[in-house]
Design a binder for this molecule. Structure first.
Ligand SMILES: Nc1ncnc2c1ncn2[C@@H]1O[C@H](COP(=O)(O)OP(=O)(O)OP(=O)(O)O)[C@@H](O)[C@H]1O
Ligand SMILES: [Mg+2]
Length: 497
């Protein structure tokens, strides 16, 4: 070739080819920018994908896209893949995500954007890719998905055997290193138009509450009954199906502040290894939002609604506003809540426990309490002598044997109302068991005296006058004491002189 053309001819041809290419590229850019302006976005992307389809050589591979969410709920395939892939990372991977909380025994390893994992299943070679893309404006956020690619001829094997295997492995891994999570709703009021966030977005932390049934001070028979009830619930999957009931159980925990309602929920979660979804009803604005929120919770979990009496107040206020024809912003109704508890919506999901807590059972709407809605009503009561023994053993490492304080504390607990939280606080005040127990005795006596005074005042019907007289008497006797002291000093000074 080189022999037929002189070097100047070659360079001339090259430069004319280059300028032809430049003008072609320029005109393509022009065509593209004109197309961008004239052709609507949706039609443009359709045309691009049609071009891509016709001009890309046919690939032997099939790629499955596995999104993080499917509609309003979490995509279980995505969740299983996330767990499974953390154990399949190859040494060649260049970027990983690493985390560990205080309570976790091992590091959690996850894929970084764009990283690949190559897996094998029998004779099938599979490639997983983790993809993150920017979400749509205005709220943005990242959209995550996995892409699973393999030869098309293995489609059935992958769907029928490989993916179920991934699920199974993920369950095994989760059981081995199960960290219980506490979920609460994220930014409920910050992004009003974002349906997904308004309904479904839960943020989670590892539940580090140390309460267990062993550390709970409560009536031993009641404790055993709760544990048996939970065990029976777990065993009865087939039974629930047979009788045509959703596999869920509702508990109402009621009692004064500091009697261990929240601690019992933590103990249940630790015992069952269930995550807790802490749903503040006051932050839910409508029935639709409640449904969306509940749909994005997972199976084997406890849905916790604390202080349900306060939530009832919100509902009542709303009813009043409706009656007064005031604008009703919340749109959350009692029937909406009931429907989520035992209507059709409640059948979404398995192995669900719902717990309501309240300090005032009598303030709750009877519709919420009727049998079948809340299966067990559990009264968390003041500290009993059994409860005190458990606290003494937990906090001070002592038992009742030969301890002179126990009899006195028992009789004080029988005659006054102190919560386990109060008793525990006293026991924590000193490392010396005798000092701590003496502190508890003093505290219980003070409580008993205050309670006696109150009963007396109520009986005489002149509580306020009485307490003013008592305060006045106290001041008079103090002045008298001061005067006696001054007199004594005067006498001593006179003697010295
Ligand atoms: N029954 C109990 N056994 C052991 N510790 C308890 C018990 N009740 C309360 N405590 C102690 O008191 C603290 C507060 O208890 P908890 O938050 O469970 O009470 P609560 O009934 O949920 O109160 P509130 O009605 O104010 O929410 C706990 O962290 C725990 O240390
Ligand atoms: Mg509580």
């Amino acid at each position: 070739m080189a022999a037929m053309f002189s070097s100047s001819e070659i360079s001339k041809t090259a430069s004319s080819l280059f300028s032809a290419y430049a003008s072609f590229a320029g005109s393509m850019m022009l065509v593209r920018s004109v197309a961008n302006e004239l052709i609507p976005h949706q039609l443009r992307s359709y045309l691009y994908s049609a071009f891509r389809y016709f001009f890309t050589p046919l690939s032997p591979d099939l790629t499955l896209a596995i999104d993080e969410r499917c509609g309003m709920s979490k995509n279980q395939v995505y969740e299983a893949a996330e767990v499974y892939l953390s154990t399949r990372i190859s040494p060649k991977t260049e970027r990983l995500k690493l985390s560990k909380t205080r309570k976790q025994k091992h590091f959690t390893i996850g894929l970084e954007k764009g990283e690949l994992v190559v897996d094998g299943f029998e004779d099938v070679r599979l490639t997983w890719r983790f993809v993150c893309t920017e979400g749509q404006k205005p709220h943005g956020g990242e959209k995550k998905h996995f892409e699973l690619s393999f030869n098309k001829k293995h489609k059935d094997k992958v769907l029928d055997f490989y993916l179920p295997y991934v699920f199974l492995k993920a369950e095994e891994i989760k059981k081995q290193d199960k960290m219980i999570k506490l979920y609460s709703r994220q930014c409920p009021f910050s992004c009003e138009d974002d349906n997904e966030r308004r309904g479904g977005s839960w943020g989670s932390i590892i539940l580090e509450h140390p309460a267990t049934f062993d550390t709970l001070a409560m009536d031993p028979a009641l404790k055993k009954m709760i544990i048996d009830d939970l065990e029976m619930f777990l065993r009865r999957k087939a039974y629930y199906k047979k009788v045509g009931k959703a596999w869920k159980r509702g508990y109402l925990l009621y009692g004064p502040p500091g009697t261990g309602k929240s601690s019992l929920v933590a103990a249940m979660a630790n015992y069952l290894k269930f995550d807790i979804y802490d749903l503040g009803l006051t932050s839910v604005r409508s029935d639709a939002e409640l449904r969306r929120t509940l749909l994005s919770t997972t199976n084997r979990s406890i849905l916790l609604i604390e202080d349900i009496d306060c939530s009832s107040e919100v509902l009542e206020r709303q009813m009043r506003n409706k009656n007064k024809k005031l604008p009703d912003k919340t749109g959350l109704t009692l029937s909406g809540i009931l429907n989520c508890i035992d209507g059709l919506w409640s059948s979404c999901g398995d192995e669900r426990i719902i717990v309501f807590t309240t300090n005032y059972k009598d303030r709750i709407d009877p519709a919420l309490l009727r049998p079948g809605r809340m299966d067990l009503h559990i009264n968390m009561s003041y500290c009993t002598t059994d409860g005190f023994r458990l606290l003494a053993s937990n906090y001070l490492g002592i038992s009742s044997k030969h301890n002179p304080f126990f009899a006195e504390i028992d009789s004080l607990l029988n005659s006054t109302e102190a919560t386990p939280a109060e008793a525990a606080e006293e026991l924590m005040k000193s490392d010396d068991p005798n000092i701590a127990l003496q502190g508890l005795v003093n505290f219980l006596k003070r409580k008993r005296d205050e309670a006696d005074d109150e009963t007396e005042n109520k009986a005489t019907g002149c509580g306020e006058v009485d307490s003013s007289v008592r305060r006045l008497n106290a001041i008079v006797s103090r002045v008298k004491r001061l005067k006696t002291n001054v007199d004594r000093r005067k006498i001593m000074m006179r003697k010295r002189k």
